[in-house]
Ligand binder design. Structure first.
Ligand code: MRU
Length: 358
């Protein structure tokens, strides 16, 4: 995308302040009311920022973890490569335990490890510098990937369409532009006149707090609905396509994304509306054969009962079930849009081809 793109897409969710050994993280839990960058130095604070969703969205989690791993390794007092490797693995293992579902976290940490191994034999300063470069490359690459996803996804959409999106797969969930929101920004520039429906995305309200805010800031026509209103907007003919991001796509196309996504996909199928998943290749996990292999994160009860309220909204000690993601069956997905093109069913054949393309 051009550098003079919608000013909003220039906002960065994660930045490295190398001179001060600090990671700057836009605290997404404070949005839309406050735009605050956390200055994070300690590994436990990087872990905490990922776990508490201060930085969230699969690609942004991967980027934060890569920078965290660099800073953690840079701080090591090791005198040999072997000692440094021990510290590196310790930090890597710790960061990997922050959230289980988004494969980008593990993808980015493993990529950092490959780079670490490639640098064996160099001075420790050179190894640390290589890790900084790798983390920067992961972030820069994500910008290019999102832009490319945006172009491919836009080719599936028509002017004046109503588009429903779930959770936040926008600029703040990535290095820039977003995945599911990238075609919306691109369409906005080209006068497509989209009308976006952002559902709230209970329980953590990424749709209301983040997507509605992000799109409104960018001047996009966005309407906020509650999660249980997707059926009526679809029935009323207001929605011509659904665009969502993802946290892990299995080899057969089953897709884990924010809780509630599969319900939207079932409704879209019922109303004959195309359901598109926008996915960087870094979110596709061919090692997972089907969605049954994807670890679904369970989160704290308070997210449902009290987090957003002045007073609890549920009886004390009520049993709560709070899965953070669900898996949309591949049969409900019209296409998976990657940076290398658009994959259609059968996904177990089309997805590997995406990795082979340039
Ligand atoms: O729990 P979150 O807010 O990290 O969940 C985020 C999502 O489910 C997004 O849709 C997904 O990570 C794609 S972000 C481009």
């Amino acid at each position: 995308m051009e550098n003079n793109r919608t000013e909003f897409t220039m906002i960065q969710s994660v930045m490295l302040d190398d001179a001060n050994d600090t990671l700057l993280i836009l605290d997404q839990t404070l949005l839309p009311n406050e735009k605050v960058y956390l200055h994070v130095k300690e590994m436990k604070d990087v872990w905490d920022a990922i776990y508490k969703l201060k930085v969230r969205g699969a690609p942004a989690i991967g980027i934060a973890a890569a920078y965290g791993l660099y800073l953690g390794t840079k701080a090591s007092k090791a005198n040999t490569y072997q000692e440094l490797q021990k510290d590196f693995i310790e930090v890597k293992t710790y960061l990997a335990s922050s959230r289980p579902t988004a494969v980008n976290l593990f993808w980015a940490l493993n990529r950092m490890e490959n780079r670490f191994l490639q640098e064996a034999g160099k001075t420790l300063a050179a190894v640390k510098e290589a890790l900084r470069q790798e983390a920067e490359e992961i972030r820069e690459e994500d910008e290019r990937v999102c832009e490319s996803i945006g172009k491919h996804a836009l080719s599936l959409l028509k002017e004046n369409w109503g588009i429903l999106t779930h959770c936040n797969a926008g600029t703040i969930a990535t290095a820039k532009y977003g995945t599911a929101l990238a075609p919306i920004y691109l369409g906005q520039e080209q006068g497509y006149n989209f009308k976006i429906y952002a559902d709230e995305t209970r329980p953590l309200l990424q749709g209301a707090r983040l997507t509605a805010w992000e799109l409104k800031e960018a001047g996009v026509d966005v309407t906020l609905i509650c999660d249980n209103m997707s059926s009526i907007v679809m029935k009323e003919g207001k929605v011509q396509a659904v665009l969502v991001g993802c946290d892990r796509v299995a080899a057969n196309g089953d897709t884990a994304n924010k809780i509630g996504t599969s319900g939207v996909a079932i409704l879209a199928k019922h109303y004959g509306i195309p359901f598109y998943v926008c996915s960087p290749l870094s979110t596709i996990d061919l090692e997972c054969k089907t969605g049954d292999d994807i670890h679904i994160e369970l989160r704290a009860d308070e997210e449902i009962t009290s987090q957003w309220y002045e007073k609890p909204m549920a009886p004390k000690d009520v049993q709560v079930y709070n899965p953070a993601f669900d898996v949309t069956d591949h049969s409900l997905i019209t296409a998976i849009v990657t940076q290398n093109g658009i994959a259609y069913a059968p996904f177990d054949e089309s997805l590997p081809k995406m990795f082979a393309q340039k």
